[in-house]
Design a protein around this ligand. Structure first.
Ligand SMILES: [Zn+2]
Length: 177
């Protein structure tokens, strides 16, 4: 009985491992924690860029396309930060009950963390727009190849190609367990 259970656990483990490696190879941004992933895929409405035949990678039109995406994303984040601030101001009423106060404080600390994350993301977007201005956008920082339109549309702040990113994530997992 015990051995059977053990085997079951083992196969389950293997399945998880398989799923994990699959995730990496499709490179659907698996790094980091879940909230970061959500923050990094805010694109509900944009038109994928369709390059013409023999179109030069990162020509004016493509740069403009990504600039627009980044600016929209930035604006959405700024609005979100505003909303959080206003929400906290509205909620900052006095709660005479210490239990209520504790709940509110916890809520606030969650919101503050969210805001902090949004701020960092806005900073990253700004840095990306700077690179766009210098026409130093769309190429892998590590190996220099084209990151590609589809990957950049999924993650406009990407600075690495899929392969280098995956490699880094594997290395990181080995270091941090
Ligand atoms: Zn690369």
């Amino acid at each position: 009985m015990a051995t059977k259970a053990k085997a079951k656990t083992a196969s389950k483990k293997a399945a998880t491992k398989k799923a994990a490696s699959k995730k990496t190879s499709t490179a659907k941004k698996s790094g980091g924690t879940a909230p970061r992933a959500t923050a990094n895929s805010p694109f509900r409405n944009y038109t994928p860029y369709e390059p013409k035949k023999k179109e030069t990678y990162m020509n004016e039109a493509q740069l403009a396309h990504f600039r627009e995406m980044l600016m929209n994303w930035r604006r959405e984040l700024m609005e979100e930060v505003d909303r959080t601030v206003h929400h906290m101001q509205d909620e900052a009423a006095n709660f005479p009950d210490p239990a209520d106060r504790a709940t509110q404080e916890e809520e606030f600390s969650i919101e503050l963390r969210t805001r902090d994350r949004e701020r960092k993301l806005i900073k990253k977007i700004d840095q990306t727009i700077d690179r766009l201005d210098q026409e130093d956008y769309g190429y892998c920082d590590t190996c220099g190849i084209e990151i590609g339109l589809r990957r950049l549309e999924a993650r406009p702040t990407a600075t690495q190609c899929v392969d280098c990113k995956s490699l880094d994530e594997i290395k990181e997992r080995q270091i941090h367990g």
